[in-house]
Write a protein that binds this ligand. Structure first.
Ligand code: HEM
Ligand SMILES: [Cu+2]
Length: 591
């Protein structure tokens, strides 16, 4: 009997009789079901991704030639500003936390919903109006905000784009509030609503990632709100918080802004880390390597993420001793991050890989994220950063992290959980075409930017030196391939949702609890509290040797084997563990 069968048998009572197919109208109303809200988030934010992608395509069209021939330089500034704002605040953050977090966390911990369902719905319904407000600012007098997504004063307080800038501030404030509400809900849900028998160290790693992410969002987002409210006063009421002529200081804005926005990059990547930790073991059929190390490194990243913000201010007159501090703390983050990367590699090493679309995107994530992580350590070094600051090297770095990382992670998640969410399978062939176009287009669009940056091409400009023309053209062609790559995805998702082959409850033979209910799950998820007969990642241990050659117990190095003594495993509940070797007396997990 495989571990998946053990887990399914143990959860026979919890498995509902009937699935929970929804009427399409449910998705347009104020629903308090975490699954409906999760899908509302995923679909809405994907729409905003298409908007942000269209703006990116416009940006790259302008940059295809050195002259400013497609849009005016003023409009160009608005295009990249709104592109970045949409991508961060309306796509990556809400899709990872609101979308996947909402859909998966309650299922994975065996709960019936989030702790505060109404608050959850309120948090979602703040997003569409904020998005519309932001995008409509293109049509007001003076046009949309154009000071970059960082909105530094004094640039952001110029009077020409006052209305657009005010709309930008309002929109980001609403989106930040939504994110705080969601984070609060996750912390309470994860700490209080786990099924009996699930201690923190039996939790799936995605839940650890969401806990770490939510802590960050709760601590950091209010600071952004504070900064933006002060900025709004400067912009609209003539105060001088950030204006030296009235005794203010623009650098204070930078501190407040980055105190949020550096942690924000972890809000945008930790949940993706969590999803990768779920997807790799399932499709490699091997236990995750280093369960506790991955769980605790999420917490370490979350903590360290709060004390590195001034690495964005190495050229803002920050004193040397302070630059030293922020350089060192930033580089230290590479340690917990490296622990994760090595653990993922060790997880797939020697596994029986199923190279389906979910796995391709997950492996694409690991490899592309490593490139972004390495260029991150490079820009953490003060002397190097002074050289490449505000050049295309930074644009290359941030897209390897946000696109090669977060977006690839999101696609991996969609391919992996689509059957659970919709009850239908996606088409594999289209999925692979989508992956190849994404992978090729992405590298073509962003790899050359490293060289452009090193050679001194500044970012945020519409007109550039003709010597950069060839590489920029390559980048733009890559961007068009990326734009085209969404077509096979959209066709596949829309077609499969209606006509795809029906998915079983557990199409990938997973062990985590979301697979122990129907696809899609009914309103209350489970008929009874689910139990943990195996750890969440005990793959390949069916009859102790079958699926892959993970030594079950190794006298030489017990911690590197898969069995009960292994330090690398999340433990099953000893009382209900089905294999006699694992079963030890009464459960000590149940209180
Ligand atoms: C669809 C493919 C994408 C393309 C072709 C693209 C292109 C670009 C370009 C050319 C810039 C530089 C603008 C400039 O400095 O003049 C830029 C900036 C930026 N992009 Fe993207 N991008 C894409 C996707 C994304 C995604 C998925 C994110 C995720 C969050 C993102 C986040 C940003 C950010 C934060 C900036 C900085 C803007 C600023 O300097 O204020 N982009 N993008
Ligand atoms: Cu940072």
């Amino acid at each position: 009997m495989t571990q998946a069968q053990l887990q399914e048998n143990a959860n026979f009572a919890a498995h509902p009789e009937e699935g929970g197919n929804r009427n399409w109208r449910d998705y347009f109303g104020f629903s308090t079901d975490h699954k409906v809200i999760g899908i509302q988030y995923l679909v809405t934010t994907y729409f905003f991704y298409l908007v942000g992608g269209s703006l990116a395509t416009a940006v790259r069209t302008e940059l295809a030639t050195p002259e400013s021939d497609f849009v005016s330089p003023e409009l160009y500034n608005s295009l990249f500003t709104i592109h970045a704002t949409v991508m961060i605040f309306l796509w990556i953050v809400p899709t990872l936390t609101g979308g996947f977090g909402n859909y998966l966390v309650p299922l994975m911990i065996g709960a019936r919903d989030m702790a505060f369902p109404k608050l959850n719905a309120v948090a979602f319904w703040m997003i569409p109006p904020a998005g519309v407000l932001l995008i409509s600012s293109f049509f007001v007098k003076g046009g949309a905000a154009s000071a970059g997504w960082t909105s530094y004063p004094p640039l952001s307080t110029l009077t020409e784009t006052q209305i657009g800038e005010a709309m930008w501030i309002m929109s980001v404030l609403v989106l930040g509030t939504s994110s705080i509400l969601a984070a609060l809900n996750f912390v309470v849900t994860i700490l209080k609503m786990r099924t009996p028998g699930m201690g923190l160290f039996q939790m799936p790693l995605f839940c650890w990632a969401m806990l770490a992410t939510s802590a960050l969002a709760l601590i950091a987002t209010p600071v952004l709100a504070g900064a933006l409210i002060l900025l709004a006063f400067d912009l609209l009421a003539g105060t001088t918080f950030f204006n030296p002529t009235g005794g203010g200081d623009p650098v204070v804005y930078q501190h407040l802004f980055w105190f949020y926005s550096h942690p924000a990059v972890y809000i945008m990547i930790l949940p993706a880390f969590g999803m990768i930790s779920e997807i790799l073991p399932v499709h490699a059929r091997k236990p995750i390597f280093g369960y506790a190390a991955i769980a605790l490194s999420s917490c370490a990243i979350s903590f360290l993420g709060l004390i590195v913000w001034a690495h964005h201010m190495f050229t803002s007159g920050t004193p040397d001793w302070l630059r030293m501090f922020f350089m060192v703390t930033t580089m230290v983050i590479a340690v917990p991050t490296g622990i994760k990367v090595f653990s993922w590699l060790a997880t797939i090493w020697g596994g029986k890989l199923r190279l389906n679309s979910a796995m391709l995107f997950a492996m694409g994530f690991v490899s592309m994220f490593v490139i972004g992580g390495l260029s991150g350590v490079m820009v953490a070094a003060v002397p190097f950063d002074i050289h490449v600051h505000d050049t295309y090297f930074v644009v290359a770095h941030l897209h390897y992290v946000l696109f090669g990382g977060s977006v690839f992670g999101i696609y991996a998640g969609i391919y992996h959980w689509f059957p659970k969410m919709t009850g239908r399978m996606l088409d594999e062939a289209w999925g692979r075409i989508h992956f190849v176009l994404n992978f090729v287009g992405f590298n073509m669009a962003f790899l050359p930017m490293h060289k452009l940056g090193l050679e001194g091409m500044p970012r945020r400009i519409a007109i550039y030196d003709p010597k950069f023309a060839t590489l920029n053209l390559i980048c733009s062609i890559g961007a068009y391939i990326l734009a085209i790559s969404t077509i096979p995805f959209l066709v596949n998702a829309a077609w499969s949702w209606f006509y795809g082959p029906k998915a079983s409850s557990n199409p990938w033979n997973g062990l985590t609890l979301e697979w122990m209910t129907t696809s899609p799950p009914p309103v209350e998820n489970f008929d009874a509290d689910p139990v943990l007969a195996t750890g969440p990642y005990d793959y390949g241990m069916g009859d102790r040797s079958t699926e892959v050659d993970v030594p079950f117990s190794d006298a030489e190095s017990p911690s590197l084997s898969a069995g009960p003594a292994s330090a690398l495993r999340a433990e099953p509940d000893p009382a209900v563990a089905v294999h006699p070797d694992d079963r030890q007396g009464e459960s000590h997990n149940r209180d």
